[in-house]
Design a protein around this ligand. Structure first.
Ligand code: NIG
Ligand code: FE
Length: 416
């Protein structure tokens, strides 16, 4: 099937010469075409241009062509959400009340809540229930403009349940139209019975979990929550070193609760991304410069937990790239709405709309290893795009926060 979209008010994030990611000052430069057309064929972006150069007769040969008139509407590449935990057994609004009453994330974790609460429920839930609830969440984010998503394990914390989660993610990959990448996060939290002897749990992650995950080819990447009260730099070093032997690149949770050394150990192992980054100083910025690691900020978690905000302006002004992702999870960010993430990028982190657009498309695509196939409007890339409702400017997208401005979703060249 082919699709031709005509009279597009503005075709946003166009790339003639595709790049892997955009950094520093370039993040504020956004290529667009006003009054444009876009041609999609066999699931890929085949061509685009200005309406004044559009030749109707070139398309008359096509028998299965769907035509859209996008007058007043804009077309964007779909969001790439490079950090989520959207396979989870149950919501956790009770903790949310605890948080409102003033308990900190660490206090909730110390009371056996938080991640361990999800891990307990994960033991009991069936694989089918887990799969069905995650499918619904994938549909929900797809209709809000997300075209690719990374999903982590990490609510299992035993070999059996970590594998269960990863098998569910594999099924989602096979059956949902979104592009999905999976990450093994066995070191998400220290199970209560290993408190005080967490190296033994790290041994299990390395010697029991990793080999099985690799043998069944269940994960694209590996993650560790390297932070105060969770896994140390030494733990992280051991896990990443072991994962490297299986060819798994890291994407790690780092510097959310303290200057944990997580950024440095991530860069040491050539992590694809280091995520959260509330505690990022000069040293960490220097370490990221010249690396192939994408600094990824998760506004949803910082906003929901009332944390300090990562110094995104300092990072971009220092010449770094920045990606934004949702962190969709039941504990610290119960939303996968990337339109809202983009708005928070602008409102909370003082990003320009152009920077927030790059951060949620091409840079977040890089952070999940797919920037050659997604993340911009470029010939040959997968046709994962959305058509907005009528909007006055592209800046309106982050400005008019909280409502869904996506009118039509196209994934792999199919209309949803
Ligand atoms: O990314 N920081 C660690 N992990 C998750 C929280 C997951 C949870 O609380 O269930 C996060 O915010
Ligand atoms: Fe996370």
């Amino acid at each position: 099937m082919s699709i031709i979209i005509k009279n597009i008010k503005e075709l946003v994030q166009v790339e003639e010469n595709p790049v892997s990611f955009v950094s520093g000052k370039d993040m504020s430069k956004l290529e667009t075409i006003k009054d444009a057309w876009l041609y999609i064929k066999d699931g890929f972006i085949a061509d685009f241009g200005r309406m004044k150069d559009f030749k109707e007769d070139e398309w008359v040969e096509e028998t299965h062509i769907v035509e859209f008139d996008a007058t007043g509407c804009m077309v964007f590449p779909s969001f790439c959400d490079s950090h989520t935990h959207l396979v989870y057994p149950a919501s956790r609004e009770i903790e949310y009340i605890d948080k409102i009453k003033g308990l900190s994330y660490e206090e909730i974790a110390a009371r056996g809540g938080g991640i361990l609460n999800s891990a307990k429920k994960m033991q009991e839930i069936s694989e089918d229930e887990l799969y069905e609830s995650a499918m619904k969440r994938l549909d929900e984010i797809m209709y809000m403009g997300t075209g690719a998503v990374e999903i982590k394990s990490g609510y299992g914390l035993t070999a059996e349940t970590e594998l269960k989660m990863l098998r569910v993610i594999k099924r989602l990959k096979e059956n949902h139209p979104l592009t999905i990448k999976s990450t093994f996060l066995g070191a998400h939290s220290i199970p209560a019975e290993y408190r005080g002897r967490q190296e033994e749990y790290v041994d299990i992650v390395i010697n029991e979990m990793l080999p099985q995950v690799a043998a069944d080819d269940l994960a694209d990447y590996v993650d560790v929550f390297c932070d105060k009260g969770f896994f140390t730099v030494e733990d992280t070093d051991r896990i990443l070193n072991a994962a490297m032997k299986y060819g798994m690149r890291p994407k790690i949770h780092a510097n959310e609760l303290d200057y944990s050394g997580g950024i440095q150990v991530g860069v040491k192992y050539d992590a694809l991304s280091v995520d959260h980054l509330e505690y990022t100083g000069k040293e960490e910025i220097e370490c990221l410069k010249g690396s192939d690691t994408m600094p990824t900020v998760l506004p949803g978690a910082a906003f929901f937990l009332g944390m300090i905000y990562a110094p995104v302006r300092d990072m971009i002004d220092a010449g770094l790239p920045v990606a934004l992702a949702s962190d969709f999870n039941p504990g610290s960010s119960p939303s996968g709405n990337m339109q809202f993430i983009q708005s928070m990028g602008c409102i909370c982190y003082k990003m320009l709309p152009e920077e927030a657009i790059h951060a949620t498309t091409i840079n977040s695509a890089y952070a999940m290893g797919i920037s050659e196939e997604l993340g911009s409007i470029a010939k040959g890339k997968k046709a994962n795009i959305y058509i907005t409702e009528e909007i006055p400017t592209y800046e309106y997208m982050p400005y008019y926060y909280g409502s869904n401005k996506v009118d039509q979703v196209i994934i792999n060249g199919e209309i949803y």
